[in-house]
Ligand binder design. Structure first.
Ligand SMILES: Nc1ncnc2c1ncn2[C@@H]1O[C@H](COP(=O)(O)OP(=O)(O)O)[C@@H](O)[C@H]1O
Ligand SMILES: N[C@@H](CCC(=O)OP(=O)(O)O)C(=O)O
Length: 284
């Protein structure tokens, strides 16, 4: 049997969408038609009886456009102010769209610090479990406007790729889907190397594969593929399958669940002794 055919039986699915998949590049404003498709796809997964968690970026970009800024701000406190305004707007729109499909959207804002602290981590897990039990769809982002730990340690925001994998591990998800502006993992960044080859399936993440995303990281300026491969390491070690696919058209979500061949699939490979905290500490 084709491994991808098993995807239709997944019960608990985390979907992460990057800013680039949600925002009109020219204006930094939300692509509302795409958001509608995203929400409809997730609502339908939920109607199929699956637990669904959405990890969404976009707060800084939406806030920047609300303030009339051109492009995303560089200065940290400006980014924080933008995320405070943008997160509220983003959530208002998700709430409205999910309610049109009779779904209950719930907001959870997290920081790495939340995950390191044992009590906070257990609280977060309990909240996710209760929300899913009650039939809500948690909508998650980093708590950018107050995430002082990351600011002190890294002087920049963390990223939602690793956050979504940590959440997948925390709640025992069996599938993580990262929707990006690229078709999946290539042997090198295809935007800079025309000879880069597409990788369909990764059964075992080894150092050679992990290094493929590292080089181009500095060139692309964002997390790029490096953070997606870190996410793959966490999610697959926790036992979840992970897919990186193109978020150009969010209809891809149901196509992936149907087992159709899009994106790069990383097969879950649960480590005998998997302790999420070990992986989180490596990120700090
Ligand atoms: N080995 C690779 N395979 C595919 N894409 C890569 C690779 N290395 C770097 N990239 C870059 O990663 C980008 C996607 O990451 P990113 O810009 O952070 O997207 P998102 O906003 O969706 O998280 C691609 O557009 C591509 O330029
Ligand atoms: N938390 C930030 C985005 C962080 C992030 O990982 O962004 P992206 O690389 O677009 O997924 C925001 O909402 O603007």
């Amino acid at each position: 049997m084709n491994y991808r055919e098993l995807l239709k039986d997944k019960k608990r699915i985390v979907v992460k969408v990057g800013s680039s998949s949600l925002i009109h590049k020219e204006t930094n404003k939300l692509d509302l038609r795409k958001l509608e498709v995203l929400v409809r796809e997730l609502s339908d997964l939920h109607n199929q009886g699956k637990d669904v968690v959405l990890v969404t970026s976009g707060a800084v970009a939406v806030g920047a456009s609300a303030f009339g800024m051109h492009g995303k701000p560089v200065e940290l406190k400006k980014k924080q102010a933008c995320s405070a305004v943008g997160q509220a707007r983003l959530m208002m729109i998700y709430q409205k769209l999910f309610s049109e499909y009779n779904q209950m959207a719930a907001q959870i804002l997290m920081t790495k610090n939340t995950m390191v602290n044992n009590l906070n981590r257990i609280n977060a897990r309990n909240t996710f479990e209760e929300l899913l039990e009650l039939g809500a769809i948690p909508v998650v982002n980093e708590n950018d406007s107050i995430s002082s730990y990351e600011l002190e340690m890294l002087e920049s925001f963390g990223d939602n790729d690793t956050l979504s994998a940590v959440i997948a591990g925390l709640i025992g998800a069996d599938l993580l889907i990262l929707l990006s502006d690229i078709d999946g993992l290539f042997t090198d960044d295809p935007n800079t190397n025309p000879d880069a080859e597409f990788i369909d399936t990764v059964e075992e993440l080894d150092d050679r594969l992990l290094s493929m995303g590292k080089g181009p990281k500095s060139k692309v300026g964002t997390g790029g593929m490096a953070t997606k491969l870190t996410a793959a390491e966490i999610a697959t070690s926790a036992g979840a399958d992970m897919i990186i696919a193109n978020g150009r058209d969010f209809h891809i979500i149901h196509k992936l669940i149907e087992g159709r061949k899009y994106g790069t699939l990383f097969a879950g490979n649960k480590k005998e002794e998997f302790y999420l905290i070990d992986y989180i500490e490596k990120l700090l």
